[in-house]
Ligand binder design. Sequence first.
Ligand SMILES: C[S@@+](CC[C@H](N)C(=O)[O-])C[C@H]1O[C@@H](n2cnc3c(N)ncnc32)[C@H](O)[C@@H]1O
Length: 219
Amino acid sequence: MRSFVLRGGRLTAGQSRALREFWPQFGIDKNESLLDLRTLFGNDAPVIMEIGFGNGDATWQMAQACPDENYLGVEVHQPGVGHLLLKMKEYGITNIRIANDDAVEFIRARVPEESLAGVRIYFPDPWPKKRHYKRRLIQPAFIKLLASRMRLGALLHLATDWEAYAEHMLEAMKSSNDFVNLSPSGDFCEQPDWRPQTKYEKRGECLGHRVRDLLFKKI
Ligand SMILES: C[S@@+](CC[C@H](N)C(=O)[O-])C[C@H]1O[C@@H](n2cnc3c(N)ncnc32)[C@H](O)[C@@H]1O
């Protein structure tokens, strides 16, 4: 069961050019072999994975603010990948690598165990209808998969503007023995200052939605 339906949407001329010119430097070609993150980034800096980055505006801002960290972005929507490559070129950002894949399959096949210093999932598709709940990305089995690829002490940061999904995330995280909740009240956290506002967040706020951040540490 996939957590996405591939949206149509044409690539703009700029996105096509970015994919042609910059993918060879920053893109991760599809294959089945385990990644060597040191070789991929050319250094030993901690690697933070962002899943479902959309147009990547939060990704490049975080990578720009933290040049001593590496960012591994995974997104199925190709125009979003093109948009992020354009921004990386515009701002001269080199500490991002991009996979244009289903994150579930990508993590399972290609991300080494206990290799990630953090995972960020901002505004995943809420799948609001009950019959679609099983499509939600944040589920116990996926949390288990993430935990296996995260180092001890690594942070898992989730955010959503969908209150029912926030509760669902909290329940799913509570059922895991691999994480401890960093919320002083045992539920949600203040938005950390490293998280930029995302495109979907802006859309949710215009609709009057309350935004929830969840922060968990791998133990
Ligand atoms: C609601 S959008 C949020 C985008 C962005 N994080 C933001 O806040 O603006 C969810 C994104 O997750 C992507 N997505 C959903 N499931 C995915 C998966 N299994 N692997 C990679 N990307 C996925 C979708 O293509 C979409 O761009």
